[in-house]
Design a protein around this ligand. Structure first.
Ligand code: ATP
Length: 361
């Protein structure tokens, strides 16, 4: 059985704190489930850029990309801006360079967490497109102006197709774990030409998967349903900026960013990071909830296990899910969820709750 090479990029703010917590849980998983992760640490951050002007280069990307997966904390600080006035973070560059085209953002309402809704059932995967859509023009030439500025929304047939295929694939994989096997497209084809194409491609791919259910909503109504009736959603797929927004709405339904993991993937690469950013307002206080990062690490193991047919990683990913469930059900919660447990306490509770397993040779 092979070992795995992991590029670890803790980044800024609470990034290093939550990555350290996740690595402690992963270390215990390695011991219990018998696999090996070999880390290379990278200190890329907005803070490094502020101190030294050092940005992530193409050579860095090549080196990072040679690993089996990337474990990423958070990068960017509000006051550190690049020449165009935008916040600095390697996420966008990595998406463009590798390129990663789908951001998988699962949300689940765990027992022990009070969501803002009456329902106690929220279990959906929001898939945000990340290579085109409303961010398609990021690298476009533009003349800086204080009078007019524009952005470009572009959707290609190829981009839409690979995204929607991932959505149906994910619905099928999730169904094995008891979810309904259903994909909903959120779009705006009544007003945006690009979304007419997105809807057309969705219909084509949906027709190729008659065993899975499908639905379509305009993004505005779909966002409302997310709050009024989240149980209708299993896999939700949408373009770049709609996904950016509704994935955080979805996170809000299950207790907020502290419990919302994510994975940016292509067909052969994966960057695993929490949905939250560097949260400079709480950095250095030991109160960041590490659960989102730990669940992102579980997504990494699930992805490695699936790609390499490695039962050890698949079982460890499942074990982390169970440990998070047990920890929250036992009332160990950070301040973001109304509790008092700090980063280290939550991480230790999750580590200690990993199921006892017999490691198969
Ligand atoms: P970005 O644009 O980089 O994603 P953001 O502007 O969405 O960042 P975050 O850094 O994600 O902002 O933080 C948003 C709010 O959520 C902040 O008040 C922050 O303290 C809180 N928050 C984010 N992550 C966590 C966490 N892991 N634990 C507790 N609170 C968090």
């Amino acid at each position: 059985m092979r070992d795995y090479a992991i590029a670890a990029i803790p980044g800024d703010g609470i990034g290093p704190e939550v990555v350290e917590a996740a690595r402690a849980v992963l270390e215990e998983c390695q011991r219990r489930y018998g696999f090996t992760l070999n880390y290379t640490d990278y200190d890329f951050s907005a803070e490094l850029y502020r101190r030294t002007g050092r940005k992530v280069t193409e050579a860095d990307m090549d080196e990072i990309g040679a690993h089996d997966a990337v474990l990423f904390g958070a990068m960017g600080l509000p006051e550190v801006r690049g020449p165009e006035g935008l916040e600095l973070g390697a996420q966008v560059e990595m998406r463009a360079y590798f390129p990663l085209f789908a951001s998988l953002r699962p949300v689940r309402l765990f027992d022990g967490v009070d969501g803002p809704l009456k329902t106690d059932h929220v279990d959906m995967l929001v898939i945000r497109e990340t290579s085109e859509g409303m961010f398609a023009g990021l690298a476009d030439h533009h003349e800086p102006s204080d009078e007019e500025a524009s952005d470009r929304m572009t959707i290609t047939r190829a981009g839409a197709r690979r995204l929607i295929e991932v959505a149906f694939d994910q619905a099928r994989t999730r169904r094995r774990r008891g979810t309904p096997g259903h994909v909903t497209l959120l779009h705006k084809s009544n007003a945006l030409r690009s979304n007419v194409l997105l809807e057309k491609v969705f219909d084509e791919v949906a027709a190729e998967h008659p065993d899975l259910g499908s639905a379509k909503h305009y993004i505005d109504a779909g966002a409302m349903y997310m709050v009024l009736d989240p149980g209708r959603y299993d896999v939700v797929v949408t373009e770049n900026i709609f996904g950016d927004i509704v994935s955080e709405v979805a996170a809000g339904l299950v207790g907020g960013l502290g419990v919302a993991p994510s994975a940016d993937v292509s067909l052969d690469r994966g960057v695993f990071q929490p949905s939250h950013g560097s949260a400079p307002d709480i950095a250095g206080q030991g109160v960041a909830n590490p659960t989102a990062m730990i669940l992102s690490a579980a997504m990494m193991l699930d992805w490695l296990g699936g790609r390499h047919d490695d039962e050890r990683c698949l079982r460890a990913a499942e074990g982390i899910q169970r440990a998070v469930e047990a920890t929250l059900a036992a009332g160990v919660r950070g301040p973001d969820l109304g509790g008092t447990a700090g980063t280290a306490e939550v991480a230790e509770a999750i580590r200690a709750s990993l199921p006892q397993v017999e490691v198969r040779a």
